[in-house]
Design a protein around this ligand. Structure first.
Ligand code: GLA
Length: 406
């Protein structure tokens, strides 16, 4: 008996050693989609020490940290235009961050938050600052010495680089620096990162940049920003690539940046249905009550953070009304109905007759054999159960998000 136990133990040790040898990323991170704040959507490169510290303070005082937003990520624009002449190290822009990045990291950590930073796999960042190409191991060591917890790694100025190889190299560099960091692949979806990104990364962008726009896109002539609706269109079919530790990333949140309240609710609801990373991107020091209520709706966040880690699938898309479903833990489900059009739409959804079937996870909504109670997650009220058809009017650009439970 003892012999067998020892043998088992030895086998486990060998297996552990083997998996560590072949590990390509810090496996235990991002078991649910990462949540936090990122400086880019609102401030672009106009960032500095004071803004970051104030933001850290507000993440705590507003309740956002306790709602789950723990990663504070400083995006492009944090560094000086050249590397240190002698060491080749990246240097913080002395005008913006006069005390350097370690001091900022310590401040962020002292608030019970985690610290994220940005660079690009190419020779320069998208803002023309020093990129990581050729400095992967050196940059990874530097970030580790600053106690970085999250790296967003862009794809600008990557010329003819091979995407999978470039992200593999940086992934290995992070591992060898031995500081667990979430690795956020920001390759914009051009080389289908959902196919290879889970090997070395914890999340990967599936699209171009998001903008403050409900539908269509914002045309800047040389580049376009995508709308909330275009982003959602581009996620259809990607659900099979998402799961614990590896998420599709339809870009950061624009909640609080100028959409209407119902558009913000729709945007947030769908990001949660999609198990998307929830990186808020608004000025937290000037949040309205409505924005706070959206970003910190615990029941809606729970849809995003559900331990099963499934991404929603689109059930139907007719006459500008879309219906999405997501299986949740304990055999609960989430259902999301939204109206893309500019006129009110009547929704008549017969739970008994609809065949809601998640072919990927092989789960069906068993409304014929069981009654589910319906809870409206925005209005925070019960809506009866699945015995009766749902009959509601949805205003233009509005959303109905329901949790179904037995
Ligand atoms: C790209 C990324 C953005 C942001 C900017 C910074 O456009 O997609 O999210 O990081 O670069 O320059």
């Amino acid at each position: 008996m003892k012999k067998y136990k020892l043998k088992g133990l030895a086998m486990s040790c060998i297996l552990f050693f083997f998996t560590q040898l072949h590990a390509q990323k810090f496996e235990s991170l991002a078991q649910t989609p990462p949540m936090g704040w990122n400086s880019w959507n609102k401030f672009q490169a106009d960032i500095n020490e004071q803004l970051i510290k104030e933001t850290a303070d507000v993440i705590v005082s507003s309740g956002m940290r306790d709602a789950g937003y723990v990663y504070l990520v400083i995006d492009d624009g944090w560094m000086a235009p050249v590397r240190d002449e002698k060491t080749g190290d990246l240097v913080a822009d002395p005008r913006k961050f006069p005390h350097g990045m370690k001091e900022i990291a310590d401040y962020i950590h002292s608030k019970g938050l985690k610290f994220g930073i940005y660079n690009s796999a190419g020779t320069e960042t998208c803002q023309g600052l020093p990129g990581t190409r050729g400095y992967e191991y050196q940059d990874a060591r530097l970030y580790a010495s600053w106690d970085v917890d999250y790296l967003k790694f862009d794809w600008c100025h990557s010329d003819k680089q091979n995407a999978e190889e470039s992200y593999t190299t940086m992934g290995k560099a992070l591992l060898s620096a031995k500081r667990p960091m979430i690795f956020s692949i920001c390759e914009l979806g051009t080389n289908k990162p959902w196919i290879w990104g889970a090997k070395m990364g914890h999340l990967w962008r599936t699209t171009d940049d998001i903008g403050v726009q409900f539908d269509g896109y914002i045309d800047h002539k040389t580049w376009k920003q995508l709308s909330i609706m275009t982003m959602i269109d581009q996620q259809v079919g990607l659900e099979k690539y998402a799961g614990k530790g590896h998420w599709n990333d339809p870009d950061m949140l624009e909640v609080g940046n100028g959409l209407t309240a119902s558009e913000d609710r729709l945007h947030f609801s769908m990001w949660c249905m999609l198990a998307a990373p929830l990186m808020s991107g608004n000025d937290l020091t000037k949040m309205s009550q409505t924005t706070k209520e959206i970003l910190m709706n615990k029941d809606v966040i729970a849809i995003d953070q559900d331990p099963l880690g499934f991404q929603a699938f689109r059930h139907s898309n007719e006459d500008s009304v879309q219906v999405w479903f997501k299986p949740l833990q304990n055999d609960d489900w989430a259902a999301c109905f939204f109206n893309r059009s500019s006129v009110t739409k009547n929704i008549n959804f017969n739970w008994q007759r609809e065949n809601v079937n998640d072919t990927l996870y092989k789960k069906s909504l068993p409304t014929a054999s069981a009654d589910f109670n319906l809870y409206d997650l925005w209005k925070k009220k019960n809506m009866g159960n699945t015995r009766n058809p749902l009959n509601v009017n949805l205003a233009p650009h509005d959303v109905l998000l329901i949790r179904l439970s037995r």
